[in-house]
Design a protein around this ligand. Structure first.
Ligand code: MLT
Length: 265
């Protein structure tokens, strides 16, 4: 489905009923990365995976920023007449979650923050992103897929799950160049979210793969520490940066337990 949010058509799915859970994807993937979650969790909640503008089936509409992505999520909630939702974001999806908290915290029932980080980009990160922008513009999305794919998956999945490797590679190779460049610029510009996290007072589940080399477990611990008592950490073994795709059953179990716990707080 497409929600018209300001000037842009934002693509989303809306399946299941009950507690609404919005899923925000990683860079530079799209909402189909959440299929293993939607397929399993649809029996217990209302699943709403959303494509960030410029990626998946959402329209390319610059300029791009985390704030704009967050406003798009709220635009979809408005169209669906949902007052508050659980927000599940992985990596860049987590950066969007922090922007949502800064701008629209009354719309957040709880957070699931997977394989993400609270810090802003270092100078080295910015440099790497600028090189990726140059690569996307001069060589296209397939070159970006070739450059990114190895770091996204854990060593166990790289060895044993060629199916996930192919699916992720395809998703990136099919991503529009404008959306890739826009997301990279949005990530470069995002602020440090440490102070934002200190104000989060909704239940928060932090998930990380123990083989995540992009946002390793120490980053997840930092996120938990910054949020404080309301945050709980789950480390999934034999999972890399895309923990929800690499260990879907384990990921779904911790999410499902967390969603059930929301009935009591
Ligand atoms: C992601 O998976 O969304 C990216 O690795 C995030 C980033 O590059 O900071």
């Amino acid at each position: 489905m497409i929600a018209l949010v300001g000037d842009a058509g934002i693509a989303y799915d809306d399946v299941g009923s009950g507690l609404p859970v919005v899923f925000v994807h990683a860079f530079p993937l799209n909402r189909t990365m959440w299929e293993p979650q939607v397929g399993a969790l649809v029996a217990e909640c209302r699943c709403i995976p959303i494509d960030m503008r410029g990626l998946g089936d959402s329209a390319a509409a610059p300029p791009y920023s985390m704030d704009r992505y967050a406003d798009d999520v709220v635009g979809v909630l408005d169209v669906l007449q949902i007052e508050r939702a659980v927000v599940c974001g992985l990596s860049m999806g987590g950066y969007v979650a922090f922007a949502l908290w800064r701008r629209h915290r009354d719309r957040v029932r709880a957070f699931i923050l997977a394989d993400t980080r609270i810090g802003a980009d270092t100078i080295d990160n910015v440099e790497r992103r600028r090189e990726l922008i140059e690569m996307a513009e001069s060589q296209g999305s397939t070159a970006v897929a070739n450059a990114q794919i190895a770091g996204l998956m854990g060593k166990t999945s790289r060895a044993r799950r060629p199916d996930i490797y192919d699916a992720v590679h395809r998703m990136i190779a099919q991503a529009p160049t404008d959306g890739i460049v826009g997301a990279l610029e949005a990530m470069i510009d995002r602020p440090d979210s440490t102070e934002t996290c200190a104000t989060i007072d909704v239940p928060t589940l932090v998930v990380v793969g123990d083989e995540d080399v992009i946002t390793p477990p120490k980053e997840a611990r930092r996120t938990c520490d910054a949020i404080g008592a309301g945050a709980r950490l789950e480390v999934l073994t034999q999972a890399g940066h895309l923990s929800s795709m690499e260990r879907p059953a384990a990921f779904n179990t911790v999410v499902s337990e967390f969603l059930a716990s929301l009935l009591y707080n």
